[in-house]
Design a protein around this ligand. Sequence first.
Ligand code: DAK
Length: 257
Amino acid sequence: MTWDTITLTVEDGVATLTVDRPDQLNALTVDTLEAIEAGLAEAAAEDARAVVLAGAGEKAFVAGADISYMVDLSTPEAQAYAELGHRVADTIESFPAPVIAAVDGYALGGGCELALACDLRIAADSAVFGQTEIDLGIIPGWGGTQRLPALVGDETARRLIFLGERIDADAAAECGLVGEVVADEAFDARVDELADTLAAQSATAMRAAKEALNAAGDGPTAAGLAVERRAWSGLFGTHDQREGMQAFLEKRDPSFE
Ligand code: DAK
């Protein structure tokens, strides 16, 4: 199968799914989210024993949801987009093998949330993380309000979400957002090694371990995710959402109410 916005390879049990819109820093459109969903289904059909999620190009893992797509969304359209996004996150979380976010470059907004939905996060030392939605007059809408505090604690999650701070890979490791930081030049080899190691384990035990860990209770709850979806969609059509996104597209600072 081929898609315009992702590539998928499966080799020796390792599926590598690469978001492939480097000119837009791999920002996520509806097409991209649908392609990720289809790519994961294909990886499962090929019995992948580990999945690597990556971004094409030198600059970004994923620089967020596509702002030019979101700028004019109405609340019902935002709701439909949110449903799709949450379905993709569910697909990652319920994938029957571990999924690694290989973060090389920017992981901002929805890009950071995409990484949060994965089982493990590994970062190149030039990676940059952030839940920067507040700068656009919105909030994380793809599980960030639920998964981030579970990983980094409530105080740090509030700082990241309220301030839209961008943090480097070492700071991300320090707060528990990533498990491992690797020098840029050694990054691809280390990602391969980690994926191969996971793929060499018992797939049955791995699936059981993932299922049990997912049920441990410190992950996102359905109720929490529903509150987030509602709050996120409700911001579409507000002055600040329109202004925040228009300002990004016009490369100027926003003027919020
Ligand atoms: N959307 C659309 N285009 C983007 C983009 C984005 N998120 N990020 C970058 N681009 C585009 C830029 O507009 C530019 O396009 P041209 O001007 O060349 O046409 C091109 O990529 C290169 O970017 P820059 O010229 O800005 O490159 P710089 O190196 O100067 O800066 C940057 C890189 C990553 C610091 C900067 O591009 C930036 O700040 N980008 C925006 C990052 C951001 O705010 N991300 C959060 C977006 S809000 C959900 C799904 C997702 C979400 C929520 C819900 N569901 C489905 C429920 C999340 C929302 C978000 O992610």
